[in-house]
Ligand binder design. Structure first.
Ligand SMILES: [Zn+2]
Length: 82
């Protein structure tokens, strides 16, 4: 678990090491990505290809975008990514 937690503290867009709250950096430095829910799909695919568990993907994306992990799961399901 700690390995995954280390990995998730990096920004997926610029590689910067992030501190809580993660979403603040994405909102400020990557506003275009922050606005587009479509980026959740790309991140999800990236994380899955790195071998991350589904539930961890939801949590990480939720933390990056300041949303509930359930909302991430719902969105991905709606877009037939799950
Ligand atoms: Zn960044």
């Amino acid at each position: 678990m700690s390995d995954d937690e280390e990995r998730i503290t990096k920004c997926p867009y610029c590689g910067l090491e992030l501190r809580h709250p993660y979403w603040a950096h994405v909102q400020q430095d990557h506003p275009e990505e922050y606005k587009k829910k479509q980026t959740w799909i790309n991140l999800y695919k990236d994380y899955r290809s790195m071998g991350m568990d589904k539930s961890i993907c939801f949590t990480v994306i939720g933390e990056l975008f300041n949303v509930d992990p359930n909302e991430v799961e719902f969105f991905l399901k709606k877009n037939k990514e799950l």
